[in-house]
Design a protein around this ligand. Structure first.
Ligand code: 5GP
Length: 204
């Protein structure tokens, strides 16, 4: 049999990370939760944060909640693939957690803001292939209305989230996919489709 002309093919089977980014209030959590429930072999990267837990949040599932001091210790120990200060709180992605999942043959989904996503693009992720998905509603009015409906923050913090969101929108061209989340079912289907397609992609 003749040799394939595609000898440089690396094949399929390396770990995949799906970074879902976009402004706060875009609906990243809702879309991700639904997609994880649909697709076996896909797990959530639980970020570390120094922000206080909201009453509806479950420690260890939504975030690992730590003190400012512990967060800084983890930065110094090199435990974060990326970390940011967003408004006044720290958020970071655990390197060891993601490596552990990939070693188990699982794909990982990350829910992070835009600066962190851009900094991941400059980070050597080893053999993990990373796809970047920008999720946003079609208007800032809708974003504001969602942030207000959450009822978790006062006006000044919502205003600050919206200011950050306007800057984040400008970074869209840095990412691989755009999902407009005006309808949850459609956004869920689109994210699931991306993941399914990337899982069967042949890399050359
Ligand atoms: P919230 O306080 O609403 O849970 O999150 C605020 C923002 O931080 C959201 O846009 C969320 O996606 C982002 N975020 C959550 N975890 C991380 C993380 O580990 N790294 C980065 N860069 N952003 C995160």
């Amino acid at each position: 049999m003749s040799n394939s002309v595609c000898d440089s093919r690396r094949g399929i089977g390396s770990g995949l990370a799906f970074v879902v980014t976009g402004p706060s209030g875009a609906g990243k959590n809702s879309v991700i939760d639904r997609v994880i429930a649909m697709l076996p072999g896909l797990v959530y990267s639980v970020s570390y944060t120094s922000r206080p837990r909201r009453p509806t949040e479950v420690a260890g599932a939504d975030y690992v909640f730590v003190s400012q001091q512990e967060f800084v210790q983890r930065i110094e120990a090199g435990d974060f693939l990326e970390h940011v200060t967003y408004l006044d709180d720290h958020y970071g992605t655990s390197r060891s957690q993601i490596e552990g999942y990939v070693d188990e043959g699982l794909d990982v989904i990350l829910n992070i803001e835009v600066k962190g996503a851009k900094s991941l693009q400059k980070t050597d992720m080893g053999f993990i292939r990373v796809l970047y998905i920008f999720l946003t509603p079609s208007s800032t009015e809708e974003l504001e209305s969602r942030l207000r409906k959450r009822n978790t923050e006062d006006d000044s913090r919502i205003e600050r989230r919206l200011e950050v969101a306007k800057l984040e929108m400008l970074e869209l061209p840095c990412f691989d996919y755009l999902i407009i989340n005006d309808d949850l079912d459609t956004a869920v289907q689109e994210l699931a489709s991306i993941i399914i397609a990337e899982r069967i992609r042949v890399i050359r």
